[in-house]
Ligand binder design. Sequence first.
Ligand SMILES: [Zn+2]
Length: 419
Amino acid sequence: MSYRERLTVDPARIRSHLQSFARIGYQPGGRMARLAFTQDDLRARQLLLHMMSQIGLFTRIDEFGNVFGRLPASGDAASRPPVLIGSHLDTVYDGGRFDGSLGVVAALEAVTLIAENGVELERPVEVVSFACEESSRFGRGTLGSGIVAGAWEPEEIMELQDRDGQRLGKALQRIGLEPEDVGRARRSPGDYAAFLEIHIEQGRVLEESENQVGVVDAIAAPSRFRLTIAGQADHSGATPMNLRRDALTGAAEIILAVERFASDAPDVVGTVGVIQAEPGAINIVPGRVVFTIDIRGTSSDQKRQVVENVMEAIHETARRRDLETSIETLGEEEPVQLDSGLIELLESCCEDRAIPYLRMPSGAGHDAMQMARICPSAMLLVPSRRGISHNPEEWTELEDLVAGVQAYSDATLRLATQS
Ligand SMILES: [Zn+2]
């Protein structure tokens, strides 16, 4: 029997591992709250370390708290750059049980099959759970993978605070990590042969197109702004329409412009998710409005064009309505193209198992977009029921999980056995 035939994933084991993680940080109503560097996050990584040891992996926690478990290769293969597989175990405040955990469980499954079957490896395989992938606690995400991939210097993020005012550096100290040492967690191009991640889609594209797996070709990146519009707060009864400088009606025009320009660009989405009107009374013309604009896309050119169009609309609206505006840039990131060789590998793994798949972009950010800076990286997605995520209703059918994890394990096996 070939490796391929023997290396069939075990649905019961996948489900049971997911359940084990879902019990940690479980809140009434099925909400998950396993925020980065909290007690529950630590408990989840203890469980992971235990699972890794049982498979026979050599475990290591780096200076930022990323957890690694290595299945070594022998002879010359031992010193070759490993294939890195995994995702994250931290969650948002009212999260679900699949976001992140699936990627870690899938990596454990892949490496278990390889270890159990005594596969002769051409390079080591390393499982990773990246720390602090979610932005829920410190307002910025993919921190662990960003540190490993050198996306920023550690000092740039150590002052980030959670909603209780605790700094990231302090949170690290509380779990026995030294902020000054975090730079040592950084890895260089060439240190890893590849990074593979599997994640739930968090959208409805796979469900609607009736595919079991998505092969990600690019990860969208956001440009984010905070816009303040100042007009004049006036009495709503005593101020005729032609004398008003209403900041909120000006904002309304701009919000619709965001929607229009984003809709016209095929690979861009635009959202205004937060808005505050002041003074906020039924009988006062709003004098000041603050709102956020989030524009994302997998095409840099299209995204830049939409941002330009929106900026023009802001200035034109302000001029015509006699309003003042100030624009604060909260972040400008570049979309990430994933590795074409790995994309083809993942597609051929789906074809071999007759798994219906779709090549698609990921609208959400993931650890893979950071790892793509230092090694060829790629991702698989599995369907999210009704697209719901970051929510206790988050759900993926077992047969879809199994299909995705199978393709993921097959791809890991192929990479690990190629010289
Ligand atoms: Zn995630």
